[in-house]
Write a protein that binds this ligand. Structure first.
Ligand SMILES: Nc1ncnc2c1ncn2[C@@H]1O[C@H](COP(=O)(O)OP(=O)(O)OP(=O)(O)O)[C@@H](O)[C@H]1O
Ligand SMILES: [Mg+2]
Length: 571
């Protein structure tokens, strides 16, 4: 709750106005009670029509003032609810972007998305409606109590005796509501994750005719949501009912005592009317508070989860923001040993030593699972290595600001990444300020211009989620165009041309040759034709560098490379 309140601080002025409006609204209700007393005692009982009219007008005026105040209270509190949850969303999203890939390989994105949407929505309603109702009720309760005291101390005493009794169910049931609220939100997140996974892989789901099984699994998850919700709702309904029963009984008893007091001449009928008005108001307030407490418990559950996300430490971060001078883009790996976090003892890379001079073109070859793509991830510092060092120019990666480090690399990853936006935006991803002309130039260089021209809206065509409207080779060419346009000094190509037919591959390779001229380049490839011209070829197997040299040297020296080369020449 303190965490939530902290988010209200920037909007102090609005909070204050809302509180003032709230107090005015509550006060007008309280004054209304006095009106009731006057109507009964001075108008009704005294048979004074003129006075009755007068008092009635005043009561109406108060009602109008109260309603105007209610408008501001509602508007401002709802606004604050939206605002605070919007701020929390921004905060959490910004934090998510800073988390390392290790976090996302251990968490389901769908679950995070669900937390994001459903938990912030809970916070929004609670701040907007819940807090406003709670505050109004608290003020109403205190005010009503004070006026009750003034009207009849004795009757008030009876009411006060009842208050602790009413509080018992709140104490007992509140924590349960909260626990089940959290559970309920967790099951919703689980369900969200499942939808996300299955819908993204819809073609596989349908190809393997898994619809029935998927539907069943999903129905089970929905049942879990329902179960958790049932528990929560059960406790909440019980809470409200018990509180209501207690407070209404208390009111009835007090009314009965009051009526006897009127008969005895202890208080006037108007006083009893006013007192009952207040007692009902106080009772209603307690009921509202207990209802809202359920909501607030729910919010507490939701904020716990949001805070958990925010508290997830950023494993990879810059140690200094001091930009370093990079005079040359050479890369040196010294005794690099690396194990993926949370995947046991087995090192994915072991004692790897590689030297790449500025402007050199180095190819990485080796069987699947050798650790080639992992090496790229380490260069971009998505993970920190356990032993050894990676040096860019003269600087250890860990001493460079993360942003500056990553800006040195243009990556074409093994699986081309396409965002659900236009071709233009996809290519300009690495350099958003690029002109349309530059973008087209890059597309031409990547031999993408031709097929882009044939798309329904050319460069403005929306490529659909994950680029579903493109073929594999087309996606690769868009990624290459993106890398070309980004004009970064070091190129990392991970199977960049693997999905292209022989002709387009040759064309793209010509373009890449042009691009690689003055750049340090690392190429991962399974095809011999891609690597023969490299300045140096590194052969990797099971996380180790087992040979390094030119094509001619390796044919003589490395049996694995020889085998790799021969297999491809035969076919
Ligand atoms: N995020 C990860 N968490 C744990 N282990 C991983 C992760 N990514 C890859 N690995 C493991 O690391 C090893 C090396 O994977 P890597 O992707 O580097 O291979 P690769 O040489 O690029 O293979 P390929 O040619 O098939 O792309 C594999 O055994 C793989 O199981
Ligand atoms: Mg790979």
């Amino acid at each position: 709750m303190r965490w939530l309140f902290a988010h209200l601080l920037p909007y102090k002025a609005r909070v204050v106005i809302a509180l003032v409006a709230l107090s005015i609204a509550a006060a007008s209700w309280l004054v209304m009670g006095q009106g009731v007393k006057l109507v009964v005692d001075e108008g009704f009982m005294a048979d004074n029509a003129a006075r009755l009219d007068q008092v009635m007008l005043v009561v109406l005026a108060i009602a109008v003032a109260g309603s105007v105040a209610a408008f501001f209270r509602f508007y401002l509190m709802l606004w604050l609810g939206e605002r605070v949850s919007a701020d929390i969303r921004n905060e959490v999203y910004a934090h998510l972007l800073s988390l390392s890939p290790a976090f996302f390989s251990q968490t389901r994105t769908g679950e995070v998305i669900s937390r994001f949407t459903s938990d912030t929505t809970v916070l929004q309603t609670v701040i907007g409606m819940g807090m406003s109702m709670a505050l109004r009720s608290i003020i109403g309760f205190i005010g009503a109590l004070v006026l009750m005291l003034i009207t009849s101390p004795l009757l008030t005493l009876y009411v006060l005796l009842a208050v602790p009794v009413v509080m018992i169910p709140i104490r007992v049931l509140g924590p349960r509501v909260r626990r089940y609220s959290r559970l309920s939100q967790d099951t919703v997140a689980n369900m969200g994750a499942y939808v996300d996974e299955s819908l993204h892989e819809i073609q596989t789901v349908q190809a393997y005719t898994q619809e029935t099984i998927s539907r069943q699994s999903f129905a089970n998850l929905v049942d879990k949501v329902m179960e958790a919700a049932e528990q929560r709702i059960g406790y909440r309904a019980l809470l409200i009912a018990v509180v209501m029963a207690f407070s209404i009984s208390a009111i009835v008893v007090v009314a009965w005592l009051g009526a006897r007091s009127v008969l005895d001449g202890g208080i006037s009928a108007g006083e009893l009317a006013a007192f009952m008005f207040y007692a009902v108001m106080a009772g209603g307030s307690v009921a509202t508070i207990s209802e809202v407490l359920g909501e607030i418990q729910k919010a507490a559950g939701a904020s716990e989860r949001m805070m958990e996300l925010l508290d997830t430490p950023t494993q990879i971060s810059s140690t200094s923001s001091q930009q370093v001078d990079i005079t040359q883009h050479s890369l040196t790996l010294q005794n690099v040993t690396f194990t993926y976090p949370g995947s046991g003892e087995k090192a994915v890379l072991q004692d790897v030593n590689i030297d790449i001079a500025q402007g050199q073109r180095v190819a990485l070859v080796g069987p699947s699972g050798a650790g080639k793509s992992t090496l790229f991830q380490l260069l971009l510092r998505f993970y920190d290595i356990q032993q050894g060092a990676i040096i860019l120019g003269q600087h250890d990666l860990k001493t460079m600001p993360l942003k500056q480090l990553r800006q040195q690399f243009a990556l074409v990853s093994q699986e081309p990444v396409i965002f659900a936006s236009s071709v233009l935006e996809n290519i300009a991803y690495g350099r958003p300020d690029a002109s349309k002309e530059d973008i087209k130039q890059a597309a031409k260089a990547a031999y993408a211009d031709d097929f882009i021209g044939k798309l329904p809206d050319g460069y403005d065509t929306n490529l659909g989620e994950r680029g579903v409207r493109l073929s594999g080779g087309q996606k690769q060419r868009i990624s290459i165009a993106r890398a070309i346009l980004s004009k970064r000094p070091i190129l990392l190509l991970d199977e960049a041309t693997s999905a292209l037919d022989a002709r387009s591959e040759r064309e793209v390779k010509l373009a890449l040759d042009e691009l690689m001229k003055d750049k340090t380049t690392l190429i991962i490839a399974h095809r011999l034709s891609t690597v023969v011209n490299a300045d140096s070829i590194v052969v990797m197997d099971e996380g180790k560098v087992i040979a390094q040299g030119t094509h001619a040297q390796l044919l003589n020296e490395s049996p694995l490379y020889k085998q790799f080369a021969e297999l491809q020449l035969v076919s």
